[in-house]
Design a binder for this molecule. Sequence first.
Ligand code: NDP
Length: 277
Amino acid sequence: MTEAQKHFAVIGHPINHSLSPKIHTYFAKEAGLAISYEAILSPLDKFNETLHTLMQKHYGGINVTLPFKKEAYLFSQHHSKEAKIAEAVNTLVFKSGEVTGHNTDGLGLVGDLTFNLKVTLHQKKILLMGAGGAAEGVIYSLLENKPLQLTLTNRTIEKSMAIKHKMDEYAEKFHVDLNVIEIKKLAHHYYDVIINATSASLHESELHIDDKVFHTGSFAYDMMYGKETYFIKKAKSQHAKTSDGLGMLVEQAAEAFYIWHGIKPDTKSVIDLLSAS
Ligand code: NDP
């Protein structure tokens, strides 16, 4: 292993809550790799400078979280397919002075839903709430699984419309009915899988979603983790099955680990460990 393959980090603002150092350190230990992985707080207006400094120090790669995923996309000279479509990057690879940006959020979400939670997406009706970086980052992966329908909704509905416009060609490619609906009209429709990609619970604010959106047979997934959100409480009150986003966090980290080290880590033991703590 060269010096450049030893040092890794996650950058965000804020960052002290991040579980990524714990996850990557665990993966590395299991794989027998001697790497360092730290959490770095970047000033909001100095993201590029922070990255340049880390490149000079021969870091091998960086994970990027809120609010820098768009800036990381612009910083990258090369992009994976997922990063290019989402126009957002959560994993950077530094190699020979060149920067490649990846987005592993979509694979992380779909991996958690289909592999860990055994939720079928194929030919199902999916509702995705939110139109920020997280929502945009997962749409391509959801479409790739060929659901019958993918419905987008957001407090600011114009953002959902813009994303639909951008993603229509992929919906057509995978034969998915991609549509947009206002939050207040949701109760008139049935969805098999309901995904919350809003940051409402991060700000302790209520998500105005009707109880009737949830049913006994539906699966409610909140990308937020670490606490029982209003969304999850509401879904449980209607006897829907639920999950928080801890599994997605671990799965997207595993994809990043694979990109950097070429090793697929075992995710179940980390999810169990973090859930217990
Ligand atoms: P952004 O800031 O980019 O987007 C926030 C979204 O939430 C927007 O669609 C916004 O709507 C909506 N929103 C915020 N407050 C409310 C509210 N009170 N009611 C309704 N809608 C609201 O954030 P991200 O997309 O990056 O992240 C979203 C969530 O996903 C966060 O909680 C984040 O922690 C989580 N996440 C989890 C991951 C995991 O691995 N588990 C990975 C990535 C993200 P509007 O457009 O109207 O402002």
